[in-house]
Ligand binder design. Sequence first.
Ligand SMILES: [Zn+2]
Length: 267
Amino acid sequence: MSAAVVTRWDGFLAQVRERFVQIMREAEEGCPMLLQQANFDPLPMGNAWSAIEIRAKQLETKIDETWNAQVEGAFEQAGAPPGAIAYERAKGEALRDWFEVERERTRIKIWSDAGRTFYRRALAELGRPFACVHCTAPLEVPFTYRALDVPCPHCRNVNGFEPGTYMRMGEICVHPLSEEAAWPAWLAMRQAENAWRAARPVTIQHLKAWERAQIAYWHAYLSARARLLPDTARAFDADLRGKMRAFYEQMEREGPWIQAGRPRDLV
Ligand SMILES: [Zn+2]
């Protein structure tokens, strides 16, 4: 009876999902505490996250392994038609996909929160209001990890902002903070990539949609990075081309791309 197999499979997926949610919750609660306990040394938190990531990936693998080793065969023995088996397999794939997105979202949140913690701590350590040296008007402390020239909005005097050691420590969080800012674009890029993978046959429209989604992602990422590290703004165009290089190399192996005359948006 395939109904019993469906019940067992659903039960297994629900159990794996619960364990995964639990692990991610532990990470979100535990990692910031580790950062505090280690007096803002990010290493223990980094080690803890690596261990959590391994456990999460094991659960992802377990879905595939269980399907291949037990569930698919059980459905076949129960006489389930191919369409029903494909439907059940897709449940596992959807859950695995959700795990991957949630794992990324959690990693980015933990490290971005750490970046904001470094920032707040540095503000507290600054100990004095950041004010214009010329007219003493209060200035907003920029959320940046690098030294910066801040023009006074009242008298136009240019004030040097030195973020200090604590602020500079937060520089390791620039990557996740940039990823966080580009998160909606990352989801769209992933969707475009999945559409390309699933396409039979692949058309130039799939490839163009994937290209646009990648450019949009890197644009959002590099723009966020330039706000945190203003000196990287100069290299924006070169960096964007660098990030897109692998994509364009891959397109050299895609027939529809070649036949359409290599229609690059980024030249
Ligand atoms: Zn001023």
